[in-house]
Design a protein around this ligand. Structure first.
Ligand SMILES: [Cu+2]
Length: 118
């Protein structure tokens, strides 16, 4: 059992705050949600501040076609929230692909989906 405990300790130290990266904390529309109508904007709140010039949010419709959206920006008082303005979205399921560069220059990425019902 001893080697297993050592491994668990090593993993805990990797996950310490000194090794923090920008991961998705919450999103709007939220991850996996269904929203009644096309939202005016999409925002992702990360676990640490991000650099908007070096971060991207892409949106793809159900057939994989990229939806052209605005450049990502952060609010002056909250660099953890990255926002893009959205065009009018047709009903369907959309895939959001994000690439974040945090203020400590670490890069992270991920994706999730949401659905516009009408
Ligand atoms: Cu980091």
């Amino acid at each position: 059992m001893r080697p297993v405990h050592l491994l668990a300790l090593a993993m805990l130290s990797i996950a310490s705050p000194a090794f923090a990266h920008a991961f998705l904390e919450r999103a709007s529309p939220s991850v996996g949600s269904e929203v009644p109508t096309s939202p005016p904007e999409l925002s992702i709140t990360f676990t640490e501040g991000v650099e908007p010039l070096f971060s991207t949010i892409e949106l793809h419709d159900a057939s994989g076609v990229a939806v052209s959206a605005g450049k990502p920006h952060v609010a002056p008082n909250n660099n953890r929230r990255l926002t893009i303005d959205l065009p009018k979205l047709s009903p369907g399921t959309y895939t959001v692909i994000w690439h974040a560069t945090s203020v400590d220059t670490h890069k992270t990425e991920g994706s999730y989906q949401f659905t516009v019902s009408r």
